[in-house]
Design a protein. Structure first.
Lengths: 116, 112
């Protein structure tokens, strides 16, 4: 149980384009999903917290107009990187919190984004 | 500022030895603590969660929590080369944060 999927697993795009990443909880309902970014040899950096049916809460320094988050259902959250630039190239990982074990976060496999 | 601190390592141990990974945190009233393992280029995998003072064992892994000292550790018995990874300590801080704060991770290298 507690499986989280992400799609796509990797994406290469041109500078200026937008990229959408999907995060799904496959076998549980997740009231809260989290989006992280990880640069090489660095730890996870929380970008935003996404609650089902409400606006995402962004961490300080994260541009909400650039990183659009939608959490339309209890099993799906999406992150759209708008007008991507090379500095946005990173490993984007989502996690979902199980409603029963409310503190435990389960991570998706991650999406590696490369912006040319 | 909520902080979680770990020694970045690398911690090098011989195969079969006990690896001891340590983590300290700044918020005295934190309630939930987690250890994740992350292989290079892969997303983190939950190893252990611990909520009460004392030890919690799961197979070769033992998590230890001391809230008075604001200290949580992970012991790996009979270390194997496949345990070589970065281990992330995460704390769910109280006071409305309701999110995990991660340490920078400790890189463990188990050599044959």
């Amino acid at each position: 149980g507690a499986v989280v999927s992400q799609h796509p697993s990797w994406v290469i795009c041109k500078s200026g384009t937008s990229v959408k990443i999907e995060c799904r909880s496959l076998d549980f309902q997740a009231t809260t999903m989290f989006w992280y970014r990880q640069f090489p040899k660095q730890s996870l950096m929380l970008m935003a917290t996404s609650n089902e049916g409400s606006k995402a809460t962004y961490e300080q320094g994260v541009e909400k107009d650039k990183f659009l988050i939608n959490h339309a259902s209890l099993t799906l959250s999406t992150l759209t990187v708008t007008s991507a630039h090379p500095e946005d190239s990173s490993f984007y990982i989502c996690s979902a919190r199980n409603r029963i074990l409310t503190d435990t976060q389960y991570f998706g496999p991650g999406t590696r984004l490369t912006v040319l | 500022q909520k902080e979680v601190e770990q020694n970045s390592g690398p911690l090098s141990v011989p195969e079969g030895a006990i690896a001891s990974l340590n983590c300290t945190y700044s918020d005295r009233v934190s309630q939930s603590f987690f250890w994740y393992r992350q292989y290079s280029g892969i997303s983190p995998e939950l190893i252990m969660s611990i909520y009460s003072n004392g030890d919690k064992e799961d197979g070769r892994f033992t998590a230890q929590l001391n809230k008075a000292s604001q200290y949580v550790s992970l012991l790996i018995r009979d270390s194997q080369p496949s345990d070589s990874a970065t281990y992330l300590c995460a704390v769910n801080f109280s006071g409305g944060y309701n999110k995990l704060i991660f340490g920078a991770g400790t890189r463990l290298a188990v050599h044959p």
